[in-house]
Design a protein around this ligand. Sequence first.
Ligand SMILES: [Zn+2]
Length: 336
Amino acid sequence: MESKSDASAATTPIISSSSSPPPPFSPRVVLSPCAACKILRRRCAERCVLAPYFPPTDPAKFTIAHRVFGASNIIKFLQELPESQRTDAVNSMVYEAEARIRDPVYGCAGGGYERENDRRRPQGRGGNDKIDALGRLLTRILRHMATELSLTMRGDGFINVEDLLKLHLKTSENIQLKSHTVDEIREAVRRDNKQRFSLIDENGELLIRANQGHSITTVESEKLLKPILSPEEAPVYVHGSYKKNLESILSSGLKRMNRLHVHFSCGLPTDGEVVSGMRRNVNVLIFLDIKKALEDGIAFYISDNKVILTEGIDGVVPVDYFQKMESWPDRQPIPF
Ligand SMILES: [Zn+2]
């Protein structure tokens, strides 16, 4: 049993060679807990999304990827990909993480990883080049260059598209970013079948993000986000909301909406000057049963500014994990 899984892990290539056929996709023997869950100290569920790619026999593989990309990004990334593409994706990610650790600023941008992308791209030049070149430049900026270009990047990695289009940078087709339009950015995102980008419209602002591998924010958020390992790490786990949202919350749980995480505070709105993770004018408090949630393997993180973050289960914290609800500020129990 051990040795069988050992062997399959050891022969997994870091980058699959272009000349050999793609490895057949087959169910594998999965040992539990996987290296990832062991390192994150969470329960490795039967259908753990990480387990097939991070066998317990190779903990370094996960450690490296986690250090650079952060566990929550890796999980999100895997969940968004079809299973048949996950092995390749994880291998690329580990490869890129290793390169990034060797060269923290540029990693393998412009090196092996870019070449690998090029190799997968259809051969031949056509009318698509301009948009493809734009896509490549966007990837590079969003993943690696935001800091040096002084772009404002949100904690979840999003950058304003308008800011991007002001940059003095040329694509490999020798076209200034400033000469591109918002529609061309949309087209580059739409055409990107590897789904490297997310594009969202928030309060009339168009925002773009690299879905994976952004060295700057993920190295940053890795520094900022620490996994919560026991309920005692915060005095309270509370989500502030509004009575008008109660019906929807009670029917479908707390959702992350278009954010990466559902946010909780570790204090009440009157604790200290400002409680991060909660608006001042909330009128409902939802207290989390953190013990139960951790026991069930839901991962929680705490940021530098003491906001508690979780992806919940597929982006939702179900009502099962609510300990109690109260109105605020009069703190009357709200039955549910
Ligand atoms: Zn696992």
